[in-house]
Design a protein around this ligand. Structure first.
Ligand code: MTE
Length: 341
């Protein structure tokens, strides 16, 4: 399906907010763990991935549903690599200016509506080209991983950006636990699909095809910059930011960083992904931040760093790979990044 969109204003006049509105219109048109640390010796290496559902050792880990088990785990975090020293976007902006279409298309909708999402208990299904597929409780997904602060730039395709202190762990370390086969060339991620909890999935008009899906090439997924985040500013990830577990790929446009993940599938073929499926000429599979490749309806040469206002627009130049070129440019050696945008 080819969807053509004519620009209504010059790209130079478009602020990130109008870019966002364009997206909405487009949609309308297309109709544990102080306790766990103490129990570390018991739990270390306990990645019992052979079982379909791993049972948690109830004596060692606070029961799912206990309010603070995730916070206790986050409290054990260590400083992580790749931290930027740029000013961090305040908590209020990070948690109130969100894209999470399952809870509405306005930036403030997710903060207003995502309270209905039940994030504990939670499980993630690992499937496809792995030797140890199965459905795992979130506790067992997190158990062997030491959490780290990952202070990253986040650049939305709508030309706004933030600096976010995530708390998470390397996706690659998780994937390795399930022994990917030699045929695993891509990784597909799926968000929860539950219209009862997610009002945006009940909407008949202006909606995305649910569930929201994203994908990475296996080398991108294994890259040490790529993390699964469970926290923000040293606190449990708020629902509106993708609780209880989300992807963060800092050198790609924000739409790749899929929220509230329930499925991780390893594949031989490139998976179909939500925004790429909706408008392949606007949202590429790779979606690497690139100031030289404009969105068909606006320039990507600069961005508005939040918080910003009319008087202090905080407009800054966009950097290749969102400033992570040194780390990730080798992944794309010899590739035409204008063609594979
Ligand atoms: N994941 C899901 N499931 N649904 C979404 O609508 N929006 C994406 C991404 N992940 C989205 C999603 C977009 S467009 C961006 S920019 C980031 O989440 C925003 O993350 P934030 O709201 O935590 O800043």
């Amino acid at each position: 399906m080819i969807i053509k969109s004519k620009p209504s204003v010059l790209s130079s006049e478009i602020t990130s907010e109008s870019a966002y509105l364009n997206r909405r219109q487009f949609l309308k048109r297309t109709g544990q763990y102080a306790l766990m640390a103490a129990a570390g010796s018991v739990l270390a290496g306990c990645t019992d991935a052979d079982e379909k559902v791993i049972q948690t050792d109830a004596s060692a880990i606070p029961a799912p549903g206990s309010p603070d088990w995730k916070q206790l785990l986050i409290d054990q975090r260590k400083p992580g690599p790749f931290a930027t020293d740029e000013a961090q976007t305040p908590w209020a902006d990070v948690t109130n200016y969100c894209n999470f279409y399952e809870f509405g298309t306005a930036k403030t909708d997710p903060a207003k509506n995502a309270g209905s999402l039940i994030t504990d208990p939670w499980s993630v299904t690992i499937s496809g080209e792995v030797e140890k597929p199965g459905t795992y409780n979130l506790e067992d997904i997190l158990k062997p991983h030491a959490l780290e602060d990952r202070i990253y730039r986040l650049r939305c395709v709508e030309a706004w950006s933030m600096v976010v202190p995530w708390v998470g762990f390397s996706l690659g370390d998780l994937l390795k636990r399930f022994n990917p086969t030699s045929r695993a060339k891509y990784v597909e991620f799926t968000t929860l699909h539950d219209p009862e909890q997610m009002p945006g999935q009940r909407s008949r008009l202006g909606s995305l095809p649910w569930p929201y899906k994203e994908g990475l090439r296996i080398d991108e997924a294994m890259h040490p910059l790529t993390v699964l985040a469970v926290g923000l500013y040293g606190k449990v990830l708020p629902n509106q930011n993708g609780a209880p577990i989300r992807l963060v790929v800092p050198w790609k446009y924000g739409f790749k960083s899929i929220k509230s993940i329930v499925g991780i599938r390893l594949l031989e073929e490139q998976p179909r992904t939500t925004w790429n499926q909706m408008a392949p000429h606007e949202y590429g599979f790779y979606a690497n931040v690139n100031p030289d490749v404009s969105h068909p309806r606006w320039s990507q040469a600069s961005e508005r760093r939040l918080p910003s206002s009319l008087w202090n627009p905080e407009r800054i130049d966009t950097r290749m790979f969102n400033g992570y070129a040194e780390e990730v440019a080798p992944l794309y050696k010899g590739m035409n990044l204008k063609m594979y945008f």
